[in-house]
Design a protein around this ligand. Sequence first.
Ligand SMILES: [Zn+2]
Length: 308
Amino acid sequence: MDLGISRIPEYRKKKYAHLAKYYLQPVLMILAVSIPLLMLDKVSYQIFWFCLLLLLTCLEAVIPARPKWQETFNDKLMVLGLVWIASAVGDLVKSLLGMSLFTWLETIRDTYGLGIWPSDWPMIAQILLVFISYELVNYWYHRGSHSWTWLWKASGHGTHHAFKSLTAINTMANHPFESLFLLLPRIIVGVLLGGEQVGIAAGSLFTVTVFMAHTNLDLNSKIIGWLFTTNRYHIHHHSMVREESNTNYGCACIMWDRVFGTFNDADTKEVGIGKTQPSFTELMLMPFEEPKSSEVAPSGPVVKASAN
Ligand SMILES: [Zn+2]
């Protein structure tokens, strides 16, 4: 489906690509932090995220960084199917476990006096603190899932890595089992430390950054990439080569990789867990049976990066 994209002159595409490379991520991050402060209702907030994903998907169609990653309609449908199932399970987990976990952690916080949140700090400093704290918990969960076979399987993390191309929509293409694991750090940090007032803004900053980390656009990594994850770093984490995949665990905050020695700034040849992309059924069964072609799993064969 061309949708008139081929009629856009090359000089105009180059201009869009330049603007996107240097301005898209910073502008969207500022917008993501500002929008929650407008106190939008839930529906307006969801419309905002839908428009953002639509914008990224259109840009990926017009100025893709890797044209061969442009998915067919069937590929997109498979990703969207997985996103829909994972979101439905995520919502169910939130409604079943969210409130009881929330109450339990609040009790622990009040009993042991853990409510140490610096609520007198400027708003932006608090937002960054929630963001960095959340990503610290997430970093160790993510690193653990690549180190221990039981966690790789229990979370179904391999499903997220299985795709042979990445786009913004792939951000949410996780196995339904992973919904719980992704929810826990958010609740632990938000409730235990007591910073829930700025949690929504920090959550928005996290969400927009992980969308950018998966998008098929040519984005700048200089300066912004000191603290935040850019797609160059995250695509390397999705590498088909296990020693490359075992780097850059920070999905939104790359600082922890720099601190704990897992940061790697390098080109990526191919993504996925192996040479072929598993079928939808194989993706859903990954916690129980790893596809034979899988090279990225902790228990997979050691495959070294080639020199070229
Ligand atoms: Zn991973």
